[in-house]
Design a protein around this ligand. Structure first.
Ligand SMILES: [Zn+2]
Length: 171
């Protein structure tokens, strides 16, 4: 398994976990990007199998990445529910890659996490019109995502965002 394949399997699986609702405050994270923008990461992503040095588990315990909801509750994205063959293949990839590069499993997983975050933030999935989104500053997009009232200077006209953008239409 190549780095890109591993990345894509993890990214697709995490994306499939949405929508996700915080059990404490009921906030609904519509998709991975929404979650990344509005939660705070907690600690390093961990592969329990890799940490324990168990590389040949028939049923790997899996990998977990934690983040705090705005209400303070810790939420987690894990590989639970991912197909077993893929989980075993990922574990093999973690073993090979960490040995080859001489790094810790959590370091590798944090690299994957950084890459997923960057991809999600650079590519607003709900907006089919990236060329129009570019006219909008990142800060303003965050405000859009939070569903806040538009501050005076941030009207649709000023950002040249067309009505076809589903995210922004929520205003
Ligand atoms: Zn919450």
């Amino acid at each position: 398994m190549t780095d890109d394949e591993a990345f894509e399997i993890i990214r697709r699986h995490f994306q499939s976990l949405f929508p996700l609702t915080c059990p404490s405050c009921g906030r609904r994270y519509a998709e991975l990007r929404d979650y990344i923008l509005n939660t705070k990461r907690v600690g390093q992503a961990i592969s329990y199998d890799a940490e324990a040095g168990v590389w040949d588990a028939t049923v790997p315990v899996g990998t977990l990445a934690l983040a705090n909801c705005a209400c303070g509750t810790t939420l987690g994205l894990s590989t639970r529910g991912m197909e077993l063959s893929q989980r075993r293949a990922l574990l093999g990839w973690i073993k090979d890659t960490t040995e080859r590069r001489g790094i810790q499993p959590s370091e590798l997983l944090e690299e994957v996490r950084d890459r997923i975050r960057k991809l999600a933030l650079d590519n607003p999935a709900r907006c089919g019109l990236p060329q129009q989104r570019e006219a909008c500053s990142h800060e303003v997009v965050v405000e859009h995502e939070r569903g806040r009232q538009s501050p005076a200077p941030h009207d649709l006209e000023a950002h040249r965002v067309g009505p076809a953008c589903a995210t922004l239409r929520r205003w």
